[in-house]
Design a protein around this ligand. Sequence first.
Ligand SMILES: Nc1ncnc2c1ncn2[C@@H]1O[C@H](COP(=O)(O)OP(=O)(O)OP(=O)(O)O)[C@@H](O)[C@H]1O
Length: 325
Amino acid sequence: MTNAIQVENLTVGYHWENGFSIIIRDLNLSIEEGIIFGIAGESGSGKSTFAQSIYNSLRYPGEIESGRVYFKGNDLLKMSKNELRRIRAVNMTFIPQAAMNALNPVKRIGDQFNDILEAHGKNIVEFQQNIQDVLKMVRLPQEILHNYPHELSGGMRQRTVIAMALVLSPELVILDEPTTGLDVLVEHDILVDLKKIQRKKGFTMIMITHDLSILYEISDQLGMMYAGELTEYGDRESMIKSSAHPYNYLLLKSIPRIGVRKYDGIRLTGNPSNYDENFKGCQFSTRCPYKTFECELTHPELKKVPNENHYYRCLRYPDWVRDEK
Ligand SMILES: Nc1ncnc2c1ncn2[C@@H]1O[C@H](COP(=O)(O)OP(=O)(O)OP(=O)(O)O)[C@@H](O)[C@H]1O
């Protein structure tokens, strides 16, 4: 299996008046080509920082302290601005949070498509068919090319942004909360369509969202982020059937399901915290209902669930599962 992207020992933080705070510590992850990899976690866990870091688009006060991010064998973090410009949109693309609000308000959509093509030295006439194809894929009428962004609904603007990101057929698409601000049905439709497009085109998709239910619906593999660390990641089925980390388990339990009696077991309480450099134990232990004394002292190493493509950082697995029962 070839990797679309390989992240090694990534440590990222933000400068502030009194120093530098680490937000992501020593993160390692390989994402296979051609899959949808979802990343979930509560607000502030570092998902956006991670996405911007692997696209090498993190700006001050953010700074990548160390690490490597290999894409097609090259370390993205070592590339010059020109090299990055060459591969962005063409080989890999990033749809940041609230991207639909970043459409140019005074330019027609068609002209904005043309700007992308021009910026990458493509022949605008030759690529008109590509524009028509991607609009069809995201289920937008060709007429919107004559519209200004304000003439479109939020859902249509978001579909437009996705079409623009796909027009040059990138191999890797990173989406950060692609449907924030849209109503639930529109959000669901767009993400289901995105999965269909991904399957048809075969690109690798990394999708970040706090919406665990949709993430579990569309991802092939997924990871849970907590305080700047991946607490658990792996194949979707294994993550659903046998959560190895209490964080994933309790978040899954918190998803309300129609027709299913309300879960009345142990719940996730407390607020998420940032990565705490001075704390040597498991970052989740301050909220973990299954913790023991040891969890507060020892940082859990990454372990593998036997016979599964499924990894976790928990000192108490599988003991905590027995406690739950
Ligand atoms: N521009 C910034 N300056 C200083 N600190 C920042 C900045 N952006 C993020 N942070 C810090 O990094 C932490 C992680 O932020 P990040 O946006 O990566 O989290 P997230 O998981 O994507 O959250 P959300 O789901 O709310 O977007 C924040 O809690 C904050 O402490």
